[in-house]
Design a protein around this ligand. Sequence first.
Ligand SMILES: [Zn+2]
Length: 411
Amino acid sequence: MFRFQENDRMEIRLSCGFGCGKSGSPRTDCPSEVQRKESQGEEMKYILQVFTGSWNQANVQPEEIIRTIEETASLIPVEKVIIGWNTDPSVYRKTGQFLHESGIRMLLWLPVFAEIGEIAGQDEALDLFGKNVPSPAGTGAENFRFGCISSRNNTRLVMDVFEKFFSGCGFDGVFLDRIRSQSFVSGIPGVLSCGCERCRKAFLERGSDLDQVRRRYEESGDAFFDAETFPMNGEFILRDPLAQRFFDVKEELIADAVNEIVCDFRNRGMTVGLDLFAPVVSRFVGQKYSKIAKNADFIKPMLYRRTEAPAGIGYEYSLFRKCLPGAKGWRNQLPGDRAFLNTQLEAIRSAPCPGYPGIEINYDEQLVRTDADYLKESLDAIRAYGFEGAALCWDIMRAPPSHIQSIRDMG
Ligand SMILES: [Zn+2]
């Protein structure tokens, strides 16, 4: 069935009406063909993110949200708003009514492998040593404890949570966050996961014996992570084939789970976006763009060059080097300049669905020191690569008004 989506974009999609999951096993090949006409010369469109607080922690009123979006949309073209994940439906009903009257689509910001355990029975992730992957200290209100990546229970409960709390709120789609394993914020065990019994079986079926992997890591130490090549698009090749296979299978399992969830939502006629680590660090957490994004409507790679917190590019990479100072074949640190940004945009451009590169719009003295020059540099580069839009992350409610004004002034 063909259907037109997003009336302001020249785009035709083939709906994925394959009844994913009906056979009892996850469908990972649900087709989503995107034929895009190049929109040369069109103005950039923006996606905004609004954090309404965690499940039971409402921290913002709909009137405030509406006022902020209205002010922003009076300055720059807003196409979608990603909002979540507090469970108070009145926030979304009121905000959604305003957005729809304004021709803006509303997507639910929904975490998948973390946080969701607070309101649903999630199977937790274990590391390869059989222990719970620790939740890192200092991550604020957000719970960074991750769930098992091969648990069908974990996959299914995403739709259950949507139906229970959000189905009557007028959402046009969902934006899936935390679709990954833990990163180096929990040290090496975060990345060497999940090692539960279910995953042992799933890895073994795909040619990765987790007992062997664990033993090899114990023998090799940092050298387990020695790289043959490390290009900026993140497509690293490790010297040890056993180590490489582990990462390959991890990203296959995550992609299978994500594709199953994506198809479930798309079969209901909903738009689905994905939150991804920047290409250069994405494969540490099991995100390979060509696999994970094949059925999505769009991806929002987090090109956070100023964020000193999880998902910040330099932050995540420096944790990796700190955990594994002896691993060879890697850079000591990543450059954060425009040339580096270009390498990320180049990689995103080859993803199987449209990309809306995400840049920080918040300002925080400690966590994210953004300024007008940084926004300009980022958006100029995004525009130069021909992307039709960008995402302003990760909370428009905490963006300095001068930041929005400076984007408008760029034209
Ligand atoms: Zn597992």
